[in-house]
Design a protein around this ligand. Structure first.
Ligand code: FES
Length: 168
């Protein structure tokens, strides 16, 4: 009877030892695989998956003088006034909230901390330290207005230079 008891007491210990050994190897293997994946992603050339930063925003005649149009997917406004076109970033220069156009007050208003910008995006009230940024805007060969969001124009409080399409 006692032999049987010893036999039963040894087997669970061996089983536990094997289990712990397998667990250790599994942990080490996972750690090594993670390290290997990190090394491969570090060495592999990075290809940007960002969307194209040039965007067609329509033809000049699509905009009436005095009109402000928001392109939400690009977080930008196209402003057409008597002097031409502006492509204004909708990102507030204070802490990055998205401003909204208020046609009644002829201003861009920031909902976060009360920042106010005039129709050219110049900061006129509240905490924003500088005007809204501009993006480069041009006509392509087909006569479409193209905004290039790679070219960001930071400006001081001077009147913004307009893009002239010839129709403005
Ligand atoms: S984020 Fe616009 S005023 Fe603060």
């Amino acid at each position: 009877m006692s032999l049987n008891t010893n036999a039963f007491s040894i087997k669970p210990k061996q089983g536990r030892r094997k289990f712990l050994l397998r667990l250790s190897w599994t942990g080490l293997s996972l750690a090594f695989a993670t390290f290997l994946a990190a090394m491969i992603s570090f060495v592999r050339p990075r290809v940007s998956s960002r969307p194209a930063m040039s965007v067609k925003v329509g033809f000049p005649d699509d905009y009436r003088p005095g009109q402000v149009v928001y392109h939400s997917g690009r977080k930008l406004f196209i402003v057409r006034d008597e002097k031409g076109f502006l492509s204004i970033s909708a990102v507030c220069t204070h802490l990055g909230c998205i401003v909204v156009w208020n046609g009644d007050h002829n201003m861009f208003l920031c909902p976060c901390h009360g920042g106010k910008f005039d129709a050219e995006g110049i900061n006129v009230a509240g905490p924003p330290p500088r005007p809204l940024d501009l993006f480069a805007i041009r006509l392509d060969d087909n006569g479409s207005l193209v905004v290039d969001q790679n070219i960001i124009i930071r400006r001081a409080k001077d009147p913004a230079t307009r893009f002239q399409s010839g129709n403005a």
